[in-house]
Write a protein of this length. Structure first.
Length: 107
């Protein structure tokens, strides 16, 4: 790992606090160790860098924190996979996420 990358990872939490105001508790909850392990090369390269689940009511900064983290890690605030669970309130809507059950694929 380059020393510049190492220094960048050491200030990751501080940089996120600067871009996501008033969410110190949420930022503390992010598992930065997983990110640091991945960037240090001691994690299986076939596994994702991390999977983060941000929960809470509308307007508390979940998406902003996610975009700030993506921007920090990948230099692209849109490098996220966002799943809005309010779209899956109806029982049948889950098929949009995981696909239709095999019984619907009759040939």
């Amino acid at each position: 790992m380059l020393s510049s990358e190492r220094e960048r990872l050491l200030v990751m939490e501080q940089k996120l606090r600067e871009s996501v105001i008033g969410q110190d508790e949420a930022i503390k909850g992010v598992q930065f160790d997983a990110v640091r392990r991945s960037r240090a090369g001691i994690q299986d390269i076939n596994r994702p860098l991390g999977s983060f689940l941000f929960l809470g009511p509308t307007g508390v900064g979940k998406t902003e924190l996610t975009k700030a983290l993506a921007g920090f890690l990948f230099d692209d605030r849109n490098a996220i996979l966002r799943i809005d669970m309010s779209e899956y309130m109806e029982k049948h809507a889950i098929s949009c996420l995981i696909g239709a059950p095999p019984s619907l694929y009759r040939i």
